[in-house]
Ligand binder design. Structure first.
Ligand code: CP
Length: 338
């Protein structure tokens, strides 16, 4: 994990420190253990709630989904989560909107607000874009993945998956809940907003995070990420220490300038049946998706008994319901903000 590329949006934020709408979630840096617990508890409550009661929660509230980058899981689950509470949703994608004609993110946000949008969910290839949008519209903005920066709702759904595996109840979550738990994140760490958000969030709850991968995909600078995070180049060694292993795909769309021997990569870093059976036979195997079968993970492991990949997707719906309700509530949900 390396510092993100500087963008105008990030620089502006650093100097001006704008106040974002309290219902926004742009970075897991905003999450204290208390606020994380409150989101997870709200997700549990909404999931257990009677369908008709839940369906009245966001009746006729307007949610805009602004997706400047492709997505299957995040977009669909945010949309289904909003619809399950009867919000009106509209999808704006780069290819079919005035973004193609050069309209800026700020003007797109102001336009959506003028049309009655009360919350914007943004996926963008640009790190820091959600800060700019939240600042320029004053609306709650939920970061659905920004460049190589963060993917906070993914980290929360990953956390929910881990807690279920470990038998820890959301209501009990605190800064020590994951003490003694080691999570290996293996693969293209350099380009991964999922790795960044997980590596920032999990140590706040007591977990140890081991980042694993070859130097081009995991520069030594990654250790500057913070306490509780270390690097291990040998995948087998990191597997032996871990209760949970999270595999990441190689992000071919962001690889410009990097060369990688893919046969060597598979040999050293692929989660295959033989390796998992030998070094982590009881570990939970996770992957945020999309998975590239035969590259970072084999079908035997992805479809095997240790895999939580489909479960992660299901938890996305619960977590995104809670984030939407929090964003559109008159009072943000309880739990101290960072
Ligand atoms: N995990 C994730 O963000 O998947 P999508 O790109 O399909 O949304």
């Amino acid at each position: 994990m390396v510092p993100i590329k500087k963008s105008p949006a990030r620089s502006t934020r650093a100097s001006a420190q704008p106040q974002l709408h309290p219902g926004s979630l742009v970075s897991v840096r905003e999450l204290t253990p208390q606020r994380t617990r409150a989101i997870l508890q709200l997700a549990d409550k909404l999931e257990a709630e009677e369908t008709l009661k839940r369906a009245r929660r966001l009746l006729k509230r307007r949610v805009a989904l602004l997706f400047y980058e492709s997505s299957t899981r995040t977009r669909t689950s945010f949309e289904l989560a909003a619809k399950s509470m009867s919000a009106d949703t509209t999808l704006v994608s780069a290819l079919s909107s005035s973004i193609e004609k050069g309209e800026s993110l700020k003007d797109t946000g102001i336009t959506l607000r003028a049309l009655g949008a009360e919350c914007i969910i943004l996926r963008s290839p640009y790190s820091g874009a959600p800060y700019l949008l939240a600042q320029s519209t004053g609306l709650p903005v939920l970061n659905a993945g920004d460049g190589m920066h963060e993917h906070p709702s993914q980290a929360l759904l990953d956390l929910r998956t881990m807690l279920r595996f470990l038998g820890i109840k959301s209501a009990k979550l605190n800064e020590k809940s994951l003490k003694g738990v080691t999570v290996t994140i293996c693969g293209d760490i350099f380009h991964s907003r999922v790795a960044r958000s997980n590596a920032l969030l999990l140590p706040k709850l007591g977990a140890r995070v081991v980042l694993c991968g070859p130097t081009p995909l995991l520069p030594d600078l990654a250790t500057t990420l913070g306490p509780g995070v270390s690097i291990e180049r040998n995948f087998d060694s990191s597997l032996k220490q871990s209760q949970i292993v999270m595999m990441l795909r190689i992000q071919a769309e962001r690889l410009a300038g990097l060369s990688l021997d893919l046969d060597e990569y598979r040999s050293n870093y692929q989660a295959n049946g033989e390796r998992i059976a030998a070094h982590a036979p009881k570990a939970l195997v996770m992957h945020p998706g999309p998975i590239i079968r035969g590259m970072e993970i084999t079908s035997e492991v992805a479809d095997g008994p240790q895999s939580a990949i489909a479960e992660q997707v299901s938890h996305g719906l619960a977590i995104r319901r809670a984030l939407l309700l929090q964003a559109l509530s008159p009072q943000p949900i309880s739990g101290k903000r960072a």
